[in-house]
Design a protein around this ligand. Structure first.
Ligand code: ZN
Ligand code: MN
Length: 493
């Protein structure tokens, strides 16, 4: 990095928790229902309705806070965040202000090749709050009209606020990927950005080295980023823009108000939006309709015990247990817990961690990607893949031929044995093989002569020719038989 500045980024992430019902009422949280079909007096804020906390949402939030290494608030409470917006007809959002569920935690990042970088990004706070509704602008039915869908109002959200510890656009993306992976493994959220179950805002400024001192530029909040890639691009753009603005104006942190900008993904720029409210503008006060929540040591311990094995630990374990590279373990772990289980079951059958890792990455994951399916829908059980790999390791099949077999299993859904039979893979008998090798040895006098002098390089060509004649031959057997024929006394050939 030759830039004369340091980028400083903090992220504010909202994720939707995987509960069946909303945070303070029993309404369904399913995505994609017709507008305003999942509402009730509580979540649209009718006077006189009373909220009741969803225990399952609280437990998911607690689990997340523990996994993010937070200090858990033993007493936590609810606050009203007051503001007016069309998607919030009740005029306030129930959130947590001064006593969040968790604070002062961290998330450890790994770099691209899966090495722990020992980069810990601090977590300022983790709290629960309810979502608001959704404005739908310019829908086909209403010319120029905006409508409000309140299905989402009251859906439980976990807000996670990082410290400004992130130092590059790429690191912002890595942080989000790692957070998403962790929450996926915990079963807390699917973090699907397309469906709005993960939303992210960023605060960014620059620390610029000047001959006199290091100066900081005014902090800008960037909104409206709809993918991790968009976050990375928006941060890169904003760093450039702030540097140029600083060169023009020389304005420093404190000399200009904090501003809010929206990312325009197609134009690749950020644009100024309304100025940001300070928290005093929200007139937070304790929610009078909900009692505080007391969290016992036993509940925290139960949450800790329920975490299961987390991605960072699995990456290290796979490397140690199966001798695979940090990169391989990174790819497998990133594909999700079910893929880790599939990989481990494959290794249990074939006994070779490295080869199994190659197959899972190159063949299994590629197929999942191409067909847009989950590993649960992958038609080849790990034991069958393990036995196929054993045939490659034993020299019975080339990798290329084994790939044909796997492709056959994937497309037809047939078993390994049926697929081998269908492709005729097991049909080459020894006599046929011997006959083929004899022909090859006769047809390649130059290679044979060289081999007799100990130069065995040409044997690979014989194997290649054999495979052209019959793709089902066992290449190891071809090599053995050809060498035997070549080394026999010439009189007998
Ligand atoms: Zn409701
Ligand atoms: Mn929030």
């Amino acid at each position: 990095m030759s830039e004369p500045y340091q980028i400083v980024i903090g992220l504010e992430v909202h994720v939707q928790l995987l509960t069946r019902s909303k945070l303070f009422c029993g309404c369904d949280t399913r995505f994609g229902a017709p507008p305003n079909t999942q509402t009730c007096p509580v979540c649209i804020g009718m006077p006189g309705s009373l909220p009741v906390m969803n225990r399952a949402a609280f437990e998911l939030a607690l689990k997340s806070a523990v996994a993010l290494n937070c200090v858990i608030g033993r007493q936590t409470k609810w606050d009203r965040k007051n503001y007016y917006y069309p998607d919030l007809p009740k005029g306030y959002q129930i959130s947590q202000y001064d006593l969040p569920i968790g604070r002062d935690g961290w998330l450890e990042l790994t770099d691209a090749d899966g090495q722990a970088t020992a980069r810990r990004i601090g977590i300022i706070r983790v709290h629960l709050e309810e979502d608001v509704g959704k404005s739908m602008h310019d829908q086909p039915s209403g010319v120029g009209a905006s409508r409000i869908d309140l299905n989402r109002a009251g859906t439980p959200l976990l807000e996670i606020v990082s410290r400004p510890d992130i130092r590059s656009p790429a690191e912002a993306k890595t942080f989000l990927s790692e957070l998403k992976l962790l929450l996926n493994y915990l079963g807390v959220s699917d973090c699907n950005m397309q469906e709005g179950s993960l939303r992210v805002d960023a605060n960014i400024n620059l620390h610029i080295d000047t001959p006199q001192s290091t100066v900081a530029t005014p902090i800008v909040e960037v909104k409206n980023m709809n993918s991790f890639r968009a976050v990375e691009r928006a941060m890169a753009y904003e760093a450039q823009r702030q540097y140029q603005q600083w060169q023009r104006t020389g304005k420093r942190l404190g000399e200009a108000a904090k501003s809010t900008r929206g990312w325009d993904d197609s134009a690749g720029v950020t644009r100024e939006q309304r100025t940001k409210e300070e928290s005093s503008d929200y007139r937070y006060f304790p929610e009078p309709d909900l009692p505080p929540v007391i969290v016992s040591e036993a509940e925290i311990e139960a949450a800790r015990a329920s975490l299961g094995e987390l991605p960072a630990a699995i990456r290290k374990r796979l490397q140690l247990q199966y001798g695979i590279t940090p990169y391989d373990s990174e790819v497998i772990v990133s594909a999700g817990r079910a893929v880790v289980d599939y990989y481990e079951a494959t290794v249990r059958t074939c006994g070779d961690g490295k080869t199994a890792a190659n197959w899972v990455q190159q063949d299994v994951l590629r197929t999942l990607n191409q067909q847009q399916i989950e590993i649960q829908q992958f038609p080849v059980p790990p034991e069958a893949l393990g036995r196929l790999i054993l045939k490659v390791l034993g020299g019975e099949l080339t990798t290329a031929r084994a790939r044909d077999v796997l492709a056959e299993m994937v497309t037809s859904g047939r078993s390994l044995e049926e697929s081998l039979a269908r492709l005729g893979v097991s049909s080459v008998d020894e006599n046929e093989l011997l006959e083929l090798c004899r022909r090859l040895v006769t047809a390649n006098p130059k290679i044979v002569a060289e081999a007799r002098q100990g130069k065995l390089k040409g044997i690979a060509q014989l194997v290649g020719q054999a495979k052209q004649v019959n793709p089902n031959v066992n290449p190891k057997r071809v090599q053995e038989v050809c060498l035997q024929l070549i080394q026999q006394p010439q009189a007998s050939t």
